[in-house]
Design a protein around this ligand. Structure first.
Ligand code: ADP
Ligand code: MG
Length: 302
């Protein structure tokens, strides 16, 4: 099989970009699962870690991962907000809400500066909802000053209420995704374990380096999440190997396996953790939550 060595612009091990001041590298050294996460005291002021889920390819499990990681983090004692930045509203729908019946959505937040509280609904976790209007946001924002910072501005006043804010993005690298990347501390990139899916990462990395230069010097890939993994096929195993060769420790140890559970849960308007709490599909996102929490802890103590 053809390797992608050299195709990725990211520096290789040994010449990794210096982490931003006061920050540890994105991944913790600690092995997964050895530490029990300690939820913050109820009165401690919070400072949300903001994570965007991005990959301009559709169908790689961005929405599924945003919701299920959020619910897993919340199960472990964290206060979590998810933000639906996709005009298709799949995240909103996956919690049983109908985007067609939503009157005020992230569109109003981004374009009319409506306070974000007014579009947050209480579902399994707090959810800032999308509606089809959001499709018009790119155009409406494009002529506005500060168009790339609309989401960052909207989130600033509520960051002290959450431990994590997870942002689901549309399958493009347009202004909605750019808003998410500008507002974020890090990006989790779900990648389908297929050769062709890996190639799109180059474009995402280029967009991220452009954003670092111009808009948010600190944002980078926090982790790469192999999804729809089928350990029985050589193809899946090779895809993960290629990811590891190119991205090293940034690749999460958790593999999200291919199973129909992930498609069944949203039909019931619930996460897979609520739909099938004791199943392997739920366990996978709990494992991922531990990895993300260990990474967050490493950053805090750096
Ligand atoms: P994206 O947001 O990147 O477009 P989705 O999260 O909507 O991707 O997932 C695309 C489709 O694949 C959905 O129908 C979803 O239920 C399904 N899916 C997600 N994760 C998995 C998985 N691990 N195995 C099988 N199907 C999955
Ligand atoms: Mg989606």
């Amino acid at each position: 099989m053809v390797r992608l060595a050299g195709l990725f612009s990211r520096p290789q091990e040994g010449e990794v970009e210096a982490p931003a001041q006061g920050e540890a590298p994105a991944q913790a050294e600690a092995p997964v699962g050895l530490e029990t996460p300690t939820p913050p005291e109820p009165d401690t002021p919070r400072q949300a870690q903001v994570i965007a889920f991005a990959n301009q390819k559709g169908g790689v499990a961005k929405t599924t991962s945003t919701l299920n990681l959020a619910v897993a983090l919340s199960e472990q004692g964290n206060k979590v907000l998810v933000v639906d930045m996709d005009p298709q509203g799949n995240l909103t729908m996956s919690q049983g809400l109908n985007p067609d019946q939503i009157t005020r959505s992230m569109f109003d937040v981004l374009v009319h500066r409506l306070p974000i509280d007014q579009v947050i609904q209480e579902t399994e976790v707090d959810l800032a909802v999308s509606s089809i209007d959001l499709a018009g946001a790119e155009l409406a924002l494009s002529s506005m000053i500060g168009r790339e910072r609309a989401l960052e501005k909207a989130l600033n006043p509520i960051k002290d209420r959450y431990d994590f804010i997870l942002i689901d993005t549309p399958p493009s690298l347009g202004l909605l995704t750019i808003n998410a990347l500008v507002a974020s501390n890090g990006v989790i990139v779900p990648v389908q374990c297929e050769y062709l899916s890996l190639r799109g990462l180059v474009q995402l990395e280029n967009t991220l380096s452009m954003i670092r230069e111009n808009l948010n010097p600190d944002v980078g890939i926090q982790g790469i999440l192999p999804t729809m993994y089928d350990g029985r096929t050589l193809h899946s195993r090779e895809a993960v190997e290629i990811l590891q060769e190119n991205f090293g420790d940034l690749v999460y140890k958790t593999r999200i396996k291919k199973t129909v559970r992930y498609a069944e849960a949203p039909v019931k308007g619930s996460s897979v953790l609520k739909y099938d709490p004791s199943g392997n599909a739920a366990a996978a996102y709990r494992e991922l939550a531990k990895e993300v929490l260990n990474g967050a802890k490493a950053r805090k103590h750096a």
